[in-house]
Design a protein around this ligand. Structure first.
Ligand code: HEC
Ligand code: HEC
Ligand code: HEC
Length: 168
C-alpha cells in the first residue's frame, strides 16, 4: 500500500514537473506568419523586440505625454511606417487581420490592444492625397491613466503635434 502511494505521488510530481517544463519551453511569444518589416533591422535586436516591444511603446508614450520629449526611436508612427506593408493585392491590411504586422501575432497569442482606435494602423505613405492624422484624443483615454484618469489636455496635443509635424 505504502509503496503504491509513494509511486502515485512520484508519478504525480513527475507529471507536474513535465507540465511546468512544457510551460517553460513555451514562454517565448509564439511565432505565427509575421509580415516582414522594411529595412535591415529593428530599433532594437529582434529577440528584444519580440519580448519587450510593449515596454518601449508604453514607455515612450509616457515620456512624450509627460515631458514633451519625442524621440523617433520608439514612436508608434515609425513602427507602423516600417512594419505595415501592402499585401499581395497591393492593399494595406487593417489592424485585426492576420496580414497586419501587429495583429498577425496578437491574433495568434490572443493579445488585445486598443491603440488603433486612435492611432493610424497604416504608414504615413498610405495616405496618398489625404493628410495623415496623428492620434485623436478620446474623452478619457486610459492611455493617460497615469494622470489619474484626467482627459488629455489641449496643451498636450498641441505640444506633441507641433513636435510631430516638424519630424522629417
Ligand atoms: C483614446 C485615443 C488613444 C488610444 C486608445 C491610444 N492612444 Fe496613443 N496617443 C493618443 C494621442 C492623442 C497621442 C498624442 C498625439 C500623437 O502623437 O499622435 C498619442 C501618442 C502616443 C505615442 C507617442 C507618439 C508616437 O507616435 O510615438 C505613443 C508611442 C502611443 N500613443 C502609443 C499608444 C499605444 C501603444 C496604444 C495602445 C496600447 C495607444 N497609444 C492608444 C491617443 C490614443
Ligand atoms: C527601420 C524599420 C523599423 C522600425 C522603425 C521598427 N522596426 Fe521592428 N523590425 C524591423 C525589422 C527589419 C525586423 C526584423 C524582422 C523582420 O524582418 O520583420 C523587426 C522586428 C520586429 C519585431 C519582431 C518580429 C518577429 O518577426 O518576431 C517586433 C515585435 C517589432 N519589430 C516591433 C517594432 C515596434 C513596436 C516598433 C516601434 C517602436 C518597431 N518595430 C520599429 C524594422 C523596423
Ligand atoms: C512577435 C509577435 C508580436 C508582434 C509582431 C507584435 N506583438 Fe505586441 N505582443 C505580443 C505578445 C505575445 C504580447 C503579450 C506579452 C505579455 O503578455 O507578456 C504583446 C503585447 C503587446 C502590448 C501590451 C498589451 C497589454 O495589454 O499588456 C502592446 C501595447 C503591444 N503588444 C503592441 C504591439 C504593436 C503596436 C505591434 C505592432 C507594431 C505589436 N505589438 C506587434 C506579440 C507581438
Amino acid at each position: 500500500m505504502r509503496l503504491t502511494r509513494q509511486l502515485k505521488v512520484t508519478l504525480a510530481l513527475l507529471g507536474l514537473a513535465s507540465l511546468l517544463f512544457t510551460a517553460g519551453a513555451h514562454a517565448e511569444p509564439p511565432l505565427p506568419d509575421i509580415p516582414k518589416g522594411k529595412g535591415e533591422q529593428c530599433v532594437e535586436p529582434t529577440p528584444v523586440m519580440r519580448r519587450h516591444h510593449m515596454d518601449f511603446i508604453l514607455h515612450q508614450r509616457t515620456e512624450t505625454m509627460h515631458e514633451g520629449i519625442r524621440t523617433k526611436k520608439y514612436s508608434l508612427v515609425e513602427c507602423i511606417n516600417c512594419h505595415v506593408v501592402p499585401n499581395e493585392k497591393g492593399e494595406y491590411p487593417k489592424f485585426g487581420s492576420d496580414d497586419h504586422f501587429c495583429s498577425s501575432c496578437h491574433n495568434y497569442a490572443s493579445v488585445h490592444i486598443d491603440c488603433f482606435q486612435c492611432h493610424a494602423d497604416k504608414p504615413e505613405t498610405a495616405y496618398k492625397g489625404g493628410k495623415f492624422q496623428h492620434a485623436l484624443g478620446g474623452s478619457n483615454p486610459h492611455h493617460f491613466a497615469d494622470k489619474a484618469g484626467a482627459p488629455i489636455s489641449k496643451g498636450d496635443i498641441e505640444l506633441v503635434s507641433a513636435e510631430s509635424n516638424s519630424h522629417e
